[in-house]
Design a binder for this molecule. Structure first.
Ligand code: FE2
Ligand code: FE2
Length: 198
């Protein structure tokens, strides 16, 4: 067993302990989709597995636990993150990944952090984790089949569509829209205008 696969094994056990069975099932689905996407689009498969395993590491933590962690680690939250509790767990999980498993690979840490909001200039690995979260096999919502089909065809088109879907959902449900989601979506479209031709 290589050091890397030992680490992945240890992470998997800790994630299972720290999350609810339902959440862990979702995480396993994200791992499956992320490794598939990494293979398909030429990203590092082990990095994809680690980021996918840890992306929701803080999702089942109580609001109080998250608030303590943010205070203890002096994490700076922008105004939207301060208000939108459901978006904080990515940022917290990235810091926990370094603390609990010594992960220092910035691409992995960014992929964990940005999965809740997207980020302008997302790397391929970030895009893969962002998308895998939406298309993993446990997901069941109206647009998922279309998104899975796009994921088969073109990573960027699928990510762009997932960002658009998220924004539509956030506006429709009158939740706070994080500016990174909009900036990420706009930047992708400016760099690749053909994305609008879906
Ligand atoms: Fe999440
Ligand atoms: Fe997730």
């Amino acid at each position: 067993m290589t050091d890397q696969s030992k680490l992945i094994d240890r992470i998997r056990k800790e994630v299972e302990k720290k999350t609810t069975p339902k959440r862990y099932q979702h995480i396993q689905g994200v791992v499956q989709s992320a490794v598939w996407l990494a293979k398909k689009y030429g990203a590092n498969e082990q990095s994809a597995e680690i980021a996918a395993l840890l992306h929701d590491y803080a999702k089942n933590d109580s609001r109080q636990t998250l608030n303590h962690f943010i205070k203890d680690h002096n994490l700076q939250l922008d105004p939207i993150l301060q208000h939108a509790h459901q978006l904080i767990h990515g940022k917290v999980a990235a810091v926990m990944a370094e603390r609990d498993f010594g992960i220092t690979d910035q691409e992995i840490l960014l992929a964990i952090e940005s999965h809740t909001t997207g980020r302008p200039g997302m790397s391929k690995l970030e895009q893969i984790i962002y998308l895998a979260d939406f298309i993993e096999p446990e997901r069941d919502y109206a647009a998922v089949h279309h998104l899975r089909k796009l994921a088969e065809e073109d990573l960027e088109k699928a990510v762009f569509t997932a960002l658009n879907n998220t924004m539509i959902y956030v506006l429709r449900t009158k939740k706070l829209l994080h500016p990174s989601t909009l900036e990420c979506r706009n930047q992708m479209l400016m760099e690749n205008p053909s994305l609008a031709e879906i």
